[in-house]
Design a protein around this ligand. Sequence first.
Ligand code: NDP
Ligand code: OXD
Length: 312
Amino acid sequence: MDILFYHPTFDNDLWIRKLQAQMPDARVREWKSGDNGPADYALVWHPPVEMLQGRELKAVFALGAGVDSILSKLNAHPEMLPQSVPLFRLEDTGMAEQMQEYTVSQVLHWFRRFDDYQAQKQQRCWQPLPDYQREDFTIGIMGAGVLGSKVAESLKGWGFPVRVWSRSRKSWPGVSSFAGQGELDAFLSGTRVLINLLPNTPETVGIINQALLEKLQDGAYLLNIARGVHLIEDDLIKMLDGGKIKGAMLDVFSREPLPPESPLWAHPRIAITPHLAAVTRPQEAIEYIADTIGKLEQGMPVTGQVNRERGY
Ligand code: NDP
Ligand code: OXD
């Protein structure tokens, strides 16, 4: 079995070594331009069209959770990968734990008013503030999939009221479920902390805009850890400056790396991280990929296949 690997920024030698160790019977190689040699499976991130097109692959594995970059390339170059070739993505493989760490730490930061105390520190102001109450701190998670479900679980464990919004209804103990466009307003109303874990699809681009933010509880907070295209950044700044939104933490941006001239950098109530809320962990990812390839080879059921029509 021949396996092609391509990632524009990973330590590819390390990945190839680990893949080879996990699948000793396979021949694993890094794809380089001009390589038209045999391949059964391709493991990719932002793959060049030339890498995939014209091959008879058994499956392609995205080396991340979101497949928006691959699907948008496929829309522009449908010849790159026939519909009959299944596309898989990483389901959790260590990312859910990272998302839990990221969201819990930031929600607690806001809940304990560390943002206010940080601002007071700038004024050398010693002034205890009234505590926030958990019942006034409803967490609303957009996207109740592999990652959103785990984030909901951990925030529920901290005693916050938790609600999720997704396409299909969920029945999770202690978590309120809102489904579809028709229940979006009800989901937003009363949400104090909005966490975005939606995939990037035509329905979700620009979804976090002024009209949506206005429907949140006054003094709400935003955590965008899914994709930059979900958020209209100028609308967020307007809502922060107008006082409706109290703070935001952004991991993903309309342009990455975030350009130095972006007004987001200087805003005192926006925290920024450079798209690392949950990174791909090689060992966990490789174990999932090797296991899935093994099952595919034996005709066994697998999980993680992307629905290309639906876009996630
Ligand atoms: P999943 O595919 O498991 O979950 C997606 C969720 O979004 C599902 O609950 C789905 O609903 C819901 N959804 C999709 N479209 C809509 C819609 N139009 N309206 C309402 N709900 C919708 O994805 P993951 O949880 O694995 O990952 C989510 C995203 O997180 C990724 O697509 C990626 O963009 C981002 N990500 C960001 C990272 C970072 O470091 N910043 C790292 C990893 C991922 P339903 O359940 O009904 O299908
Ligand atoms: C992913 C990401 O989708 O890293 O996995 O953003």
